[in-house]
Design a protein. Sequence first.
Length: 282
Amino acid sequence: MLLKTTSRLLLAGIPLAFLCQACLGPVQTARALHEEQERFVRLEARTDDPRPEGAARFAHPVLLSSAEWARILAGIRIQPRKDSVIFTRALEPPTEAFAPDEIVYLGRTLSETFAGARPDEWVVFGLSRVLPSGLNEITTGGWFAEGTRLHLLLANYRYSVTRTAVRERLWKEPLRALAAPFYDVVQDERQTVVKGTGFLSALSSGSGPEIVLEYKSLLGAPPAATRPPSPPVEKVPPAPEAGRLPAAAAEDRLRTLKRLREQGLITDEEYREKKKEVLGSF
């Protein structure tokens, strides 16, 4: 009798469990692959995808080496700016978006993570660095691939954090922007922005700028650092006549003869004969 009663209670509890789960909303799952205290890269399936409804599934997995990822990351450049109250911008010189140590870390972990990514998973990341002033700067975002393009959603970039709760929120929701960006993305023929970077745009989308990279075209071009520089144009002196020494060569020989005589390695007579020969060939 007790066994039958227990079985009925268990069966009755199953629908209730499903009902509670529906009330709590869809469950977000994450596969932690590279989790450290100050940085992470992981796979995450999100139901609150900030992209438009009906967007195609991602072209995952993507097989790129660490060196190829390093080239892609090194090519992403931003231009910091300061927006004033009168909506003018004070632009600063462009700079690489990621520091050298960040490129090394992301190059390795993105290569490994994208190789195991599924078509319904984001590759999300977070980077934390403490400045000499003690201020903590957080960078978070997510990657996905579509066709020959890589998309980088740079949700938060060098966002200054003073409260632990804010840092924990960014760590849990790396695709959610907390403030308007203070920079512009430097665009070229292989790197464009499909979402605005202005104040109103950031508030409405809540996800920051989306950078689209033609990564196959980028990797097919020779690296900027290894492109051979144009050879300098040198003035070539006219060739000396047959049997004649150039002026510089004759001058060097005369100096050598003088030094040999001063060191006692040749006699005065030998010096005069050799000097006569050099002057005759000049």
